[in-house]
Design a protein around this ligand. Structure first.
Ligand code: NAD
Ligand code: TDX
Length: 332
């Protein structure tokens, strides 16, 4: 058995990763470390609670991290402050968790010799023009726009430096926008779906022309598992489905799938510094590791995600009012 420590395993992608691992990879013994911030929810792990050990703690807590990594063969690092709008409002927790937290993990990994996989984002590259076909590649220079993406870029750089200078056995992946169950209601798709379910008008930033590349969370996690089993130490892999859509197109699709009129949304103030378009060239992971997204049909994946939110109001309901109060304070 390989002893795997999953940081941020009570968050959106991390909890889906733990479910995926328990379902498809019995060769791993899974332990989760999560601080249960506003974005973490231990109930997301309830269905696998018997198969996974949960530790409530902070990745910046060096003695705790040292003790946990001394007992791990592999660390899969999801924990982060993840929401761009929050980072614009208050960057401090982003600097702490994303930079100091990653540094703290790397120091323990360096001492104990565990393998490290770092989960990152396409946002480290900045953005692309709206009207073009250019894509991010593994070689592209970093050019982050927001405090969130700047701290993720910094954390990627720490991993690269610890790999090169200290020989830490690390890999990095940068994925595009994820969707699926257990995503916090602050994020675009769950916010609009739960607005419709609550009878609140959905909110589109600015003109809604910004483009994102949407990847199902299980496809992201399948890619991470391929990197863990076959990836080359020291390498970076970009992950993305290739399915690019404007926010307005997504909004209209959500409204259509939920039986609403196509214009039943309102335009609200734009996000400052709003990245225009993201698009990952995922040729490397496709050709070298044989990754293919299984959720090829975005419409079907989105419909299933909407059904999940419809059936699981017990999960998102308690977060909804506080989240909308935060948006109201931002005028969005
Ligand atoms: P999330 O906000 O849903 O979950 C983050 C989790 O990390 C939460 O459970 C939280 O409690 C935990 N956490 C935060 N700070 C911590 C700390 N100091 N110590 C311990 N735990 C802490 O985030 P997510 O959307 O699941 O993203 C997970 C990772 O994937 C992040 O690193 C993010 O940058 C990256 N990513 C996300 C997306 C996306 O579309 N959501 C896309 C690409 C990459
Ligand atoms: O109410 C909204 N209305 C709206 O138009 C919200 C919450 C968002 N938006 C827009 C902003 C973005 O262009 O929708 C798009 C997606 O927004 P988010 O869900 O906040 O995602 P994004 O900023 O693209 O970042 C996400 O993908 C990359 C994740 O939150 C990051 O953690 C990941 O790194």
């Amino acid at each position: 058995m390989t002893r795997m420590l999953v940081t941020g395993g009570a968050g959106f992608i991390g909890s889906n990763f733990v479910h995926y691992t328990v379902r498809h990879h019995p060769e791993y013994e899974v332990r989760v470390l999560d601080a249960l911030t506003y974005a973490g929810d231990q109930t997301s792990l309830a269905p696998v609670a018997d198969q996974v050990e949960f530790v409530h703690g902070d990745i910046c807590d060096a003695p705790l991290v040292d003790e946990l990594i001394a007992g791990a063969d592999l660390v899969v690092h999801f924990a982060a402050e993840s929401h761009v709008d929050n980072s614009l409002h208050n960057p401090e927790p982003f600097v702490r968790s994303n930079l100091i937290g990653t540094y703290t993990l790397l120091e323990a990994v360096r001492k104990h010799g565990a393998r490290f996989h770092h989960i990152s984002t396409d946002e480290v590259f900045g953005d692309l023009p709206l009207d073009g076909t250019e894509q991010f590649t593994e070689e592209r220079a970093y050019d982050p726009s927001s405090p969130y993406s700047a701290t993720k870029a910094g954390s990627d750089m720490l991993v690269r430096a610890w790999a090169r200078s200290y020989g830490v056995a690390a890999t990095v992946s940068n994925c595009a926008n994820n969707y699926g169950p257990f995503q916090h209601v602050e994020k675009f798709i769950p916010r609009q779906v739960t607005n419709v379910l609550r009878g609140t008008t959905p909110k589109l930033y600015g003109k809604g022309e910004n483009v994102r590349e949407w990847t199902h969370v299980d496809d992201h996690n399948a890619a991470v598992h391929l990197i863990l089993s076959q990836g080359k130490i020291g390498e970076t892999y970009l992950i993305g489905s290739g399915d690019e859509r404007s926010n307005k197109q997504i909004m209209r699709l959500i409204l259509e799938l939920m039986g609403q009129a196509p214009d039943a949304f309102e335009h609200v103030a734009d996000r400052p510094g709003h990245d225009l378009r993201y698009s990952n060239d995922s040729t490397k992971i496709r050709t070298q590791l044989g990754w293919r997204p299984r959720y090829g049909d975005f419409r079907a994946g989105l419909a299933a995600t909407i059904d999940w939110y419809r059936e699981n109001a017990w999960w998102w309901g308690p977060q909804k009012d506080a989240t909308e109060a935060r948006y109201q304070a931002l005028g969005r």
